[in-house]
Design a binder for this molecule. Structure first.
Ligand code: C5P
Ligand code: MG
Length: 241
């Protein structure tokens, strides 16, 4: 009897086994477009995109003053609250609900409200530092690095930051050359080394997207088989008792 109890204690239900895909790459390289393309091609009900934008740290008054002058370094890993990110990812991996902060790029601050994520089948974590923290890497089932030319990244970023993030062109260019570009070389690009796949040309790269989809589908089938085998084993040990 004690044996069954200990086996049950180790039993993990299928919803506690989220498949987590990390997508890193330069700002403007197409990470979030690639994530949406993967979601729309995956024929599954519970696929969620978690953007690392949600985990920028709150700023003090001096930090905020600098941010509005485009003089704050948001491209250093120090700007990201990895502890909270790891905590939330572990909750989701354990099948629990996670409260996710909402970030405003126009205000350079977290909103008061949060949003809830209920443990999905597949979680796509996208952000410039998605493959940076060892604790996050341990939780990932697949690591993707999204690549694009620097001029493509810069032009995409300017268009987006002006239309969606309340910025002006001069500020975008200043921030790019002060922080985004040098920190890409120092911190973002080295993540290529830990990636399982490097995707050049983002969403245009249909072959890479098909490979990613097939990998996820295979992974889910394996997990479902392992789950059924675990259930059968448990059933047998109850009958033997
Ligand atoms: O979506 P994307 O990967 O471009 O988002 C990351 C970028 O957001 C970083 O390169 C950082 O410079 C920028 N950022 C910003 N203002 C903030 C927080 C982040 O411009 N308040
Ligand atoms: Mg983005």
């Amino acid at each position: 009897m004690a044996d069954i109890v200990s086996k049950r204690a180790h039993y993990s239900p299928p919803w506690a086994d989220v498949c987590i895909i990390g997508i890193a790459g330069s700002s403007g390289s197409g990470k979030s477009t690639l994530s949406h393309a993967i979601v729309s091609k995956l024929n599954l009900p519970w696929v969620v995109i978690l953007s690392m934008d949600s985990f920028y740290k709150s700023l003090d008054a001096e930090g905020s003053r600098k941010a509005f002058l485009n003089e704050y370094d948001f491209d250093s890993p120090d700007a990201v609250d990895f502890d909270v990110l790891v905590d939330r990812l572990r909750d989701l991996k354990a099948g629990k609900r996670a409260e996710i902060p909402i970030y405003s790029f126009a205000k350079h601050a977290r909103e008061k409200e949060t949003t809830s994520i209920y443990s999905p089948h597949v979680l796509i974590l996208e952000g410039i530092f998605a493959l940076y923290d060892e604790r996050v890497l341990e939780l990932l089932d697949m690591k993707i690095f999204c690549e694009a030319d620097a001029d493509t990244c810069l032009s995409r970023r300017i268009l987006r930051d002006v239309s969606e993030r309340g910025r002006d062109i001069e500020g975008c260019i200043k921030q790019w050359f002060s922080f985004v570009k040098p920190n890409f070389e120092q911190f973002v690009e080295p993540q290529r080394k830990v990636a399982d796949i490097i995707v050049p040309r983002g969403v245009e790269n249909r072959v890479a997207i098909t490979m990613v989809i097939q990998y996820i589908e295979r992974k889910l089938i394996e997990k479902s088989k392992a789950h059924r085998a675990e259930l059968r084993k448990l059933g047998q040990s109850s009958e033997d008792d």
